[in-house]
Design a protein around this ligand. Sequence first.
Ligand SMILES: CCC/C=C/C(=O)SCCNC(=O)CCNC(=O)[C@H](O)C(C)(C)COP(=O)([O-])OP(=O)([O-])OC[C@H]1O[C@@H](n2cnc3c(N)ncnc32)[C@H](O)[C@@H]1OP(=O)([O-])[O-]
Ligand SMILES: Cc1cc2nc3c(=O)[nH]c(=O)nc-3n(C[C@H](O)[C@H](O)[C@H](O)COP(=O)(O)OP(=O)(O)OC[C@H]3O[C@@H](n4cnc5c(N)ncnc54)[C@H](O)[C@@H]3O)c2cc1C
Length: 730
Amino acid sequence: MRNKPIANVNADLLKERKNCSFDIEELTNLIDGGKNQTARRREIENMLLKNMPFDIIPEECLSAKEKYENAVRKSVALNKIGVELVSQVTKAKELSDLTLTLRRVSDAYFREVTPFLLHLGMFIPTILGQCSDEQVAHWLPLAMQLKIIGTYAQTELGHGTFIRGLETTATYDERTEEFVLNSPTLSSSKWWAGGLGKTANHCIVVAQLYTKGECYGTHPFIVQIRDMDTHMPLKGLKVGEIGPRLGFQTADNGFLVFDNFRIPRDSLMMKHAKVLKDGTYVKIARHSKLTYGTMIFVRVLLVSEMAFNLSKAVTIAVRYSAVRRQSELKPNEPEPQVLDYLTQQHKLFISISTVYAFQFTSNWLMKTYHTVQANMKHGNTDALPELHALSSCLKAICTSDCSAAIEQCRFACGGHGYMISSNLPSLYAFTTATRTYEGDYTVLLLQTARFLVKTWEQVELGNAVTPMVAYLARHQNREAWDESPEGIIRAFEAIAAGVYQTESVRSVSFGQSDAIKDVMKQLSDLYLLYWSLERTGDLLTTLKSTLGSYDGRVYERLMEEALKSPLNQEPVNESFHNEPEPQVMDFVSQQHKLFIGIASYYSYSMTALWLWDILTKVTSELGVGKTDRLPESHGRAVFMSVFNSEMEKSVSSLSAPLQAVLRQLVELYLYYWTLEKRGDLLLVLQSTLGSYDGRVYERLMEEALKNPPNKEPVNESFHKYLKPFIQGKL
Ligand SMILES: CCC/C=C/C(=O)SCCNC(=O)CCNC(=O)[C@H](O)C(C)(C)COP(=O)([O-])OP(=O)([O-])OC[C@H]1O[C@@H](n2cnc3c(N)ncnc32)[C@H](O)[C@@H]1OP(=O)([O-])[O-]
Ligand SMILES: Cc1cc2nc3c(=O)[nH]c(=O)nc-3n(C[C@H](O)[C@H](O)[C@H](O)COP(=O)(O)OP(=O)(O)OC[C@H]3O[C@@H](n4cnc5c(N)ncnc54)[C@H](O)[C@@H]3O)c2cc1C
């Protein structure tokens, strides 16, 4: 693991490494958190790697059954050493460093994941976060020493996102002082829990708690599911593996069905609520969502997990790009390294800076998490809503960006990137799942939006808000976003970028050499510039805001808009009489994801027919242009115009309703891509720099003079605040 000299290193790689402008060891220390941490990490890694058995046949060449068995074999070997190491540690910081090192080694050890992932990642954290002190004293040593192996079964066939809709019931029977677990419907079957299929003998089960005929909502229970000796499922349970999936092949994700399965009263995890022997329900928590605590913890963890997984993918792709040579640029000269192509750098360098963005943000987020936890120990839950919003938003964005970036890394490796042995497909499969599990991307962004809207209301009322969202109250920033979902999301992206910038500057401000500082600054700038270019359309959008209009008629405009709402077009909504659960198809965000697929299908089929006739012409046209973006726009324009015209030709003989549907698809395709690429469109069409007459400087000045702040020589805030402040009278 240490940078030992290795024989037969590729000459191009050696050359690239010699060009490095900074000391690699210094950067390694920065990432690890200091020299001592680097040394300790290497010591543990070397010890583990020396003592662990390796694969004889590559994991990917085994059958599903063999893969699972091999994963258990390796997990046991790793955990045996892990338990030993953990038992030697006394300080909390050492334990957290060790746990991270074990997690990272485990990552290098398994191409897929260990079946113990949920035990370490959710079972133990839930014991810590949801059990009473006595329960922790009982369960934690058993779990830490792996005397029991647990998992976390919350999701059911019918519900993952909507936790309050879970159907598994835990009904208290005061005669026997037991809870009775039942799965009343097929859709209430627990589904997905990692390690449940074959490995775990204990399980945290989230179920609706009933006592004395009342339902008190979802609560976590700790439940033994298999015999400790025979490992057979206990009577009253149906348990198994859910079947092949994308990635997670060795995680043995499972299902679990209860049939009048009895568990003792103290199986209820009683930190936040308890049920007394006589069945009385006692609420302890000061915040109703404290039972969701493990999810927050894992969302926080995932930011650093994404940094790590992307760092692996981009290291693979950058090394390979240095080695790979392709195309003849000048006759009789060597083919260039693909890393030298600007387009290749465009694909890869953003991933490098993203790794640092995620890692610095993750360090900060973890600190914030611990601070909020410490406050909650003293009964103060004030910061929990913001932590929830922040961890939801950062989890959603980093998992989504990470899987997209890993896919870019794979593209950057051409055909060989498709090979399982490159590890890029496995990295992609693992990270793309993170976008869904522990809270779906869209759903978590909507949670954050909910928090931002509430904060915005406070800002409007002139009330104080927390420092993280204080920018909402500043006039200039208010103009940088609007109240649309994209605007709200963008505002939070701005926070993430801001954290990265301040944290990276803080982390490199002492100790580190100028060379490292320069590189970190470049990476930070790249990240900010990349995203401001990616989101040019958003940045250029006009305000479109009821709150930020020039004339300040905020309340009038809010009322006008409210009256336009379809909900206000009928005095009583039908949900008053009847409240069906919505189909996910009814969510506009879901339709946004799906309908473009239908429209694209028709667009591609129409264009394919047309393309067949004029293949040669199109091929030469697509060759025009020097960057990725122009041909992409060109290709899209071709799809749009062909789809539009060919569809018109072919629908004329169809019935009117079908014609209408097909025309809607054309419109959807055109509008979708207009919105997706509005940055490109606005840059081309509404630019001071790209006008037909080339009067760039004149136009820049004209635009500047139109700027409202230039309409008055001195702003009134000078008299109100700045002057008294300067004169010491404030
Ligand atoms: C290796 C693989 C491992 C994978 C494992 C898994 O996937 S395990 C399975 C992982 N599964 C998932 O991750 C499932 C994802 N689903 C969920 O997390 C939730 O069901 C939900 C958050 C979407 C909605 O929950 P809901 O319907 O109960 O809530 P609501 O929307 O009606 O909002 C009411 C209020 O509650 C607030 N609030 C909400 N959460 C929190 C919180 N944690 N803290 C603090 N506050 C929170 C919210 O802001 C709002 O506040 P306001 O505005 O009234 O002041
Ligand atoms: C690899 C993997 C491992 C997992 N491991 C575990 C585990 O160990 N334990 C466990 O309990 N669970 C586990 N899960 C389950 C996971 O937590 C859920 O799949 C996840 O929370 C999403 O829920 P869902 O599947 O019900 O999706 P749904 O909520 O049904 O989502 C379907 C679509 O509906 C949309 N949608 C849903 N609600 C809304 C809304 N309110 N507004 C707008 N759009 C909405 C979503 O955006 C999505 O596009 C795992 C899942 C995976 C993929």
